[in-house]
Design a protein around this ligand. Structure first.
Ligand code: ADP
Ligand code: ZN
Length: 201
């Protein structure tokens, strides 16, 4: 049954990699479990960085697994009718339907928490995170620490074979090693084709 008495809400936790989005998401989930809310956690499984599924465990020993999903429609299909909180991690990888799905879930009275990286390695908007931030009741934008200078980091630095990735480098890297760092605006490097790549490696 949909609970029409209770208004749903959308909360977005945005920011760069390493800014603590997953930690904050899990903190909110843990507190909801303490409040005995019925919770479901989803995670885009296009994110393979940490080897897939994570678990959320409650103090009472109940373990929560994040359900891996590859589309927003799957979140809609898998959300049970009695669920009170839906948490979605790595939402930047989900297709445009995520906007509609999140709105529909909140419309049913569900508290929806969406976490994701809101800018890509170029510093440009990532997926539908910006739209989700616009339709949310609450937005928290977290920062990491720049690994070069120690200031607050608001950018994802992509490195391919230890060098800053070019603006037009393919999103999926074939061969070569790829890594990401948190950096501030000043230390962030995205060379264009004709630029020197040696500075701030
Ligand atoms: P996100 O989900 O935003 O990628 P996580 O919640 O997975 O972030 O991880 C946040 C944790 O990462 C921090 O609490 C800290 O321990 C660690 N960390 C590693 N590198 C950095 C960095 N450059 N800046 C801030 N935290 C970092
Ligand atoms: Zn810096």
């Amino acid at each position: 049954m949909y609970n029409l008495a209770r208004p749903g809400t959308i909360e977005v936790i945005a920011g760069v990699m390493f800014s603590g989005k997953s930690e904050e998401l899990l903190r909110r989930v843990r507190r909801a479990l303490i409040a005995r809310r019925r919770v479901q956690v989803f995670k885009s499984h296009l994110d393979e960085r940490y080897g897939g599924i994570y678990r959320v465990s409650s103090h009472s020993g109940i373990e929560f697994e994040a359900l891996p999903v590859d589309s927003a429609a799957e979140i809609m299909r898998q959300t049970r009718s009695d669920t009170e909180l839906v948490a979605i991690d790595e939402a930047q990888f989900l297709n445009s339907e995520i906007v509609e799905v999140v709105g529909a879930l909140a419309g049913r009275g569900i508290r929806v928490i969406v976490a994701g990286t809101d800018t890509d390695f170029r510093g440009e908007p990532f997926g539908y995170m910006g739209t989700l931030m616009a339709i949310a009741e609450q937005v928290d934008k977290l920062s990491a620490i720049c690994v070069v200078c120690g200031d607050l980091a608001c950018r994802n630095q992509r490195l391919v074979d230890g060098k800053p990735a070019r603006y037009d480098s393919p999103t999926i890297q074939v061969g070569g090693s790829e890594a990401y760092e948190a950096r501030c605006r000043r230390c962030h490097r995205v060379p264009r084709a004709d630029e020197d790549q040696t500075a701030l490696l």
